[in-house]
Design a protein around this ligand. Structure first.
Ligand code: BES
Ligand code: MN
Ligand code: ZN
Length: 499
């Protein structure tokens, strides 16, 4: 789908979407459409419950005098709340309506109001971002879908008083959208397509954008003593991989990087501690954390961000077989710490233990942030509304929480501490990889915390509950969400860029 910016007016298009504010206050485009159609919009409003409240819609079919198949009024809510986020959801909802209409093209009028916080150009750019994020669809494997079920939209025009500034404001946002969509695609692909080597290949393609990508195979990891990660992959026919992606865009080339580490279990069967069959197919997106890191690097490189960021992802497939790791095995991690593997399904933390060690010992980062679909317990605690945030640094935790609020990817901080740490003591090794079942997300975080060096600011995002969604929202169609890409992009832009 093509998205372009154009001057306001009455386009020849299948669908025209105009904004209406709460209290039925028409925006300029809505007023114009109403006038040209002999008052059809105002008449329709009178006969409906449409008030212009946020996300309300009202469709006027085949209005006379407009040259469009349908005119859709979309509620913008209160004028005082017309910020960038509101324009994004407006764009997202609008394109969903256009896609559902069956028409080939649509126009979305983006008007600002006098005294509103956003200028027309940036407002239109944010709406376009909403369009990009919501219009995405993973349909490459659907060869027999009925034509009437397929969105037919070829082009969407964003109508704005400032097409030039809108285009310019969209440039960095477009890069962020590309990153998000890449992450969603990687998480959506099945595990016979995305496995450690093929995911590493996808990461390597970032080289084109100026990212330095390095891939370590099992031999190289064995030399480094990364037995915790390798143990998880040892039952799989696929070779485990560690991928390092470096984007060094800061003015000071040697500025300490922020290091982002991702869990990349391309399929988690549980291993010998095998999972039940029901919903096991979901475990194709157990590489969600790694997918976010790849999408984030793509976003940063795509907009040439002035920051130094290193992404490290540990890629493994967790399978049961004659060569698989057994419950009770003891592995020596690259840090030297030993782990008793009580449950082979608590594998993400084993992968991260070595990836976190690598990230710190090689890059001496200013901060380490990891993302992982780590525990089912975080879904019990927080559902799909928040990701779990664990941190050893309050300021880092607050900055991440703030970034999450700005982009609509919410975090909820969870406790950590000595009392929880005791739960992973082992009788025969330095630690075991599970606690006793209580506080499962916290004991997982305590486990990771043991691989963070003294004085290193660290945060862990448990994204198991937010990586895949069951229903459409304004900006995220159901399925892979890419939760974390926008959050970290905003976090880095706000606190590290240009510094
Ligand atoms: N990948 C899973 C966690 C998960 C579950 C993510 C459901 C998304 C949806 C993880 O590797 C896992 O299996 N965790 C276990 C840990 C347990 C064995 C201590 C869990 O949460 O049950
Ligand atoms: Mn598991
Ligand atoms: Zn897992």
């Amino acid at each position: 789908m093509k998205v372009r910016f154009a001057k306001p007016g009455l386009p020849k298009a299948g669908v025209l979407v105009v904004g209406v504010l709460e209290g039925r206050t028409l925006t300029a485009a809505a007023r114009q459409a109403d006038a040209k159609s002999g008052g059809a919009l105002v008449r329709a409003m009178k006969h409906s419950r449409f008030e212009g409240k946020k996300d309300q819609t009202l469709t006027v079919m085949a209005p006379a005098g407009l040259g469009v198949g349908r005119l859709i009024a979309l509620g913008l809510g209160k004028a005082a709340e017309l910020d960038g986020a509101r324009y994004e959801t407006y764009g997202g909802r609008a394109v969903a309506e256009i896609q559902a209409s069956g028409e080939k093209d649509g126009a979305i009028a983006v008007d600002t109001m006098p005294g509103a916080p956003l200028k027309p150009g940036p407002a239109a750019a944010r709406a376009a971002l909403g369009v990009r994020l919501r219009a995405w669809r993973f349909d490459k494997y659907r060869t027999t879908e009925k034509k009437e079920d397929k969105p037919a939209v070829k082009e969407v025009a964003i109508l704005t008083a400032q097409p030039g500034p809108a285009r310019k404001a969209f440039q960095p946002l477009g890069a962020v959208a590309e990153g998000v969509l890449l992450t969603r695609e990687l998480a959506s692909e099945p595990a016979n397509v995305i496995y450690p080597e093929s995911l590493a290949t996808r990461a390597r393609q970032l080289t084109r954008l100026g990212v330095k990508v390095q891939v370590l195979g099992e031999k190289a990891m064995a030399r480094l003593g990364m037995n915790a990660l390798l143990g998880v992959g040892q039952g799989s026919a696929r070779e485990s991989q560690l991928v390092v992606m470096r984007w060094l865009g800061a003015k000071a080339k040697n500025a300490k990087p922020v290091t982002v580490v991702g869990k990349g279990v391309t399929f988690d069967s549980g291993g010998i501690s095998i999972k039940p069959s029901a919903n096991m197919e979901d475990m194709k997106w157990d590489m969600g954390g790694a997918g976010v890191v790849i999408g984030l690097m793509r976003a940063l490189a795509g907009r040439k961000a002035k920051v130094n960021v290193v992404g490290v992802i540990g890629l493994v497939e967790n399978m049961p077989s004659g060569t698989a790791q057994r419950p009770g095995d003891v592995v020596r991690s690259a840090s030297g710490k030993t782990i008793e593997v009580i449950n082979t399904d608590a594998e993400g933390r084993l992968v991260l233990a070595d990836a976190l060690w690598y990230a710190q010992s090689r890059f001496k980062p200013a901060a380490v942030i990891d993302l992982a679909t780590l525990t089912g317990a975080i879904m019990i605690a927080l559902g799909a509304e928040h990701a779990g945030l664990f941190a050893n640094d309050d300021s880092l935790a607050d900055r991440l929480t703030g970034a999450g609020k700005r982009v609509g990817e919410l975090l909820w901080r969870m406790p950590m501490g000595e009392a929880y740490d005791k739960l992973i003591k082992s009788d025969i090794a330095d630690m075991k990889n599970v606690g006793d079942g209580r506080a499962g997300s916290i004991t997982a975080a305590q486990f990771l915390g043991r691989f963070i060096g003294p004085g290193v600011p660290w945060a862990h995002l448990d994204i198991a509950g937010v990586t895949w969604s069951k229903a459409d929202t304004a900006l995220v169609p159901k399925g892979a969400t890419a939760f974390g890409v926008r959050l970290l992009e905003d976090f880095l832009a706000t606190h590290y860029e240009g510094k």
